[in-house]
Write a protein that binds this ligand. Structure first.
Ligand code: SF4
Length: 325
């Protein structure tokens, strides 16, 4: 690990003062410390924000408000999350390991870096780590890589489980800097890799995530998160599906659907949502609605199974949700 200057912030204003390129914020440390040890991330200055008062899990008429420094395990265990936003609690509980969930913050989870092995191996070319060096995954080991939103410069999958249901539920991300605060929809927060895969979101170098708001909705309480992976614990998604439905009788009046493990960012499936809306909640509807879920997918040598697996994951999530009513 390279030397760096360490400071502990006493307030949000203190944390964002003088920040910019070369500054990293430290909360739970479950991503940053790993990447600093590997010298994938080499900040000159680390600002410890872990004692800032960015906590709280509250529900009001506008939605669920979660402080950026709340721990994943605490949010997953909160009764209001389990009852009103079950797919959020499920996505958290299916993430990482119990030890990591006890340490990792909600803000850090949304900013975690890709698990592409080449990104973490500084001896290999990687455009995300070192712009212009090339992409080792294009013709390398790419079984876990993305099929949607990829570019000729990067095919890395977005790793967060939590971000998938949050995108489906139109979550807002609250940001602060020395210039003030702003709010960005999570769906617009993440950027596609294009020719600049080192840029992963619209967060400016002097900004800090302070919290999120998940809007209140009748469909959030009837929701499920399904994750398919190579082993049942401590593994990233090959595919995942976050599905929320509102029904009147047997008719689907609102559908929210997003996928993980397949996109370079959490992938909202508005075409599937439209295909479900106004239809009866039946196996035939589910099968028909997911037909185009992977339209536009670009597969590589080892991940050609993902379009079919995505469709099956979506049908399983829809079926589980229907059968749980
Ligand atoms: Fe790097 Fe992206 Fe290619 Fe992985 S897929 S090697 S992160 S450029």
């Amino acid at each position: 690990m390279r030397p760096y200057a360490y400071t502990r912030a006493r307030s949000v204003r203190d944390a964002v003062r003088g920040t910019g390129p070369g500054t990293a914020f430290l909360a739970g440390g479950t991503t940053l410390v790993d990447l600093m040890k590997l010298e994938v991330m080499t900040p000159d200055r680390v600002v410890d924000i872990d004692r800032l008062p960015l906590r709280g899990i509250t529900l009001d008429r506008t939605g669920l408000h979660v402080g950026a420094l709340e721990r994943m395990s605490d949010v997953a265990a909160a009764p209001v999350v389990r009852e009103q936003y079950p797919m959020v609690a499920q996505a958290l509980e299916l993430s990482a390991s119990a030890q990591l969930r006890n340490m990792a913050s909600i803000g850090g989870n949304l900013l975690q870096r890709t698990r592409c092995g080449y990104f973490r191996d500084v001896s290999t070319p990687c455009n995300k780590r070192e712009p212009g060096s090339g992409c080792s995954a294009l013709d390398g080991v790419n079984r876990g890589h993305a099929i949607l939103g990829t570019s000729d410069d990067c095919i890395a999958t977005h790793p967060s489980d939590l971000a998938v249901p949050l995108v489906a539920l139109s979550t807002l991300v609250h940001l602060a800097s020395a210039r003030g605060s702003r709010t960005v929809p999570l769906d617009a927060f993440y950027t596609l890799p294009g020719s600049t895969p080192d840029v992963e979101n619209v967060l400016r170098t002097d900004e800090l995530i302070t919290g999120i708001t998940v809007p209140r909705s009748p469909w959030a309480a009837r929701s499920v998160y399904v994750k398919v992976r190579d082993r049942q614990s401590y593994e990233f998604a090959l595919t995942s599906a976050a599905v929320a439905l509102e029904l009147r009788g047997r008719t689907i009046t609102t559908a929210r659907v997003a996928a993980g493990g397949v996109g370079t960012r959490p992938w909202r499936l508005t075409g599937v949502e439209r295909a479900l809306t106004g239809r009866p909640a039946t196996p035939a509807t589910f099968e028909a609605a997911v037909t185009g879920a992977a339209d536009g997918a670009r597969t590589r040598e080892h991940n050609a199974f993902k379009p079919a697996l995505l469709r099956r994951t979506l049908v399983r999530a829809l079926t589980e949700l229907q059968e749980s009513r």
